[in-house]
Design a protein around this ligand. Structure first.
Ligand code: GUN
Length: 293
């Protein structure tokens, strides 16, 4: 069994990105620049956005954090997005999700200029991903594909089972892995909350991706001997022994599943660090005008 080290791989990619960022700076006189909008004080969102700002710093990007209270109006939020769209010094824009229920998330996503949509959530970028045009691949699918690539895990002709159909992970990943190319050329099965007998499908997986957000859902008797298992779960559960009072739990029952695997990602230290790097990668692409010259 080979443990896929997302932390080390992410560090490698950050180094590559920081070298490129320096080149951008030398060429145009200002650094790649990410703007992040955070609404409210949700603990998870606060942590994620703080990581994004810190990651930018580490690779030599500028970042701007715009904060609003929970009761910000949709109009005010959309105005701010328009302002950032029009600012030529801002390369990438993200609005941390979820948003309060009085704000229409889809409207927010579609207000971001698709050329600055480094989350890859805008329908233009999703559409381009589906038909295989250059685009911003959203961060978690990017991270998973990059791990498969860097560990040289063969994918062509393999059966890949994705458990979870979210717009952010399961659905885009299922499309990426069924596209032509390497990694890709998989036969993909998507399982979800309405799939009867999920085990019937997961047992067929050469590559099994668990992205449903249900801690330790994938047990050893659901996994084929020699499978590649990618755990996207990051559920916070209370922990008396953890410093901050909680720990991250994956969707895979690691201790019993790992011995059956050819490769497996741990939680933490697997997909998570790669997701963080995905946003940096897209911001670099935006600064270099690689997708939209
Ligand atoms: N909330 C959870 N994941 C994400 C993400 O990748 N981007 C944004 N903007 N919000 C999120």
């Amino acid at each position: 069994m080979i443990l896929i080290d997302g932390k080390a791989t992410a560090a490698e990619i950050r180094k590559e990105i920081s070298e490129e960022a320096l080149r951008v700076y030398e060429q145009r006189g200002y650094r790649p620049h990410l703007a992040a909008i955070l609404v409210g004080h949700d603990g998870g969102s606060e942590t994620y956005v703080a990581h994004k700002v810190k990651d930018c710093e580490e690779v030599g990007f500028d970042s701007t954090l715009v904060r609003f209270e929970d009761n910000v109006s949709e109009a005010e939020l959309l105005d701010k997005i328009q302002e950032l769209n029009a600012n030529p010094r801002i390369d990438g824009i993200i609005v941390q999700l979820p948003l309060p229920s009085h704000i229409n998330e889809q409207k927010v996503i579609e207000t971001i200029d698709y050329r600055k949509d480094v989350d890859g959530f805008h329908p233009v970028n999703v559409g381009r991903m589906v038909i295989g045009l250059p685009t911003y691949i959203s961060a978690t699918p990017f991270g998973i594909v990059e791990l498969l690539k860097r560990y040289q895990i063969p994918t062509a002709g393999k059966t890949c089972v994705v458990v979870g159909r979210s717009n952010i992970v399961g659905r885009p990943l299922s499309i990426l892995l069924s596209r032509k190319g390497e990694p890709g050329d998989c036969t993909v099965i998507v399982c979800h909350s309405r799939t009867p007998n999920i085990q019937h499908f997961t047992l067929q997986a050469d590559i099994l991706v668990a992205a449903l957000g249900n801690p330790h859902f994938i047990k050893a008797d659901m996994v084929k001997e020699g499978a590649v298992v990618i755990d996207v779960g990051t559920t916070r559960v209370a922990s008396a022994t953890a410093k901050n009072g909680w720990k991250l739990m994956g969707d895979v029952d690691f201790d019993t599943v790992a011995p059956k695997c050819a490769y497996i990602t741990p939680v933490p230290g697997g997909v998570g660090p790669m997701t963080r790097v995905g946003l940096l990668y897209n911001t670099l692409l935006a600064a270099e005008r690689k997708i939209y010259p």
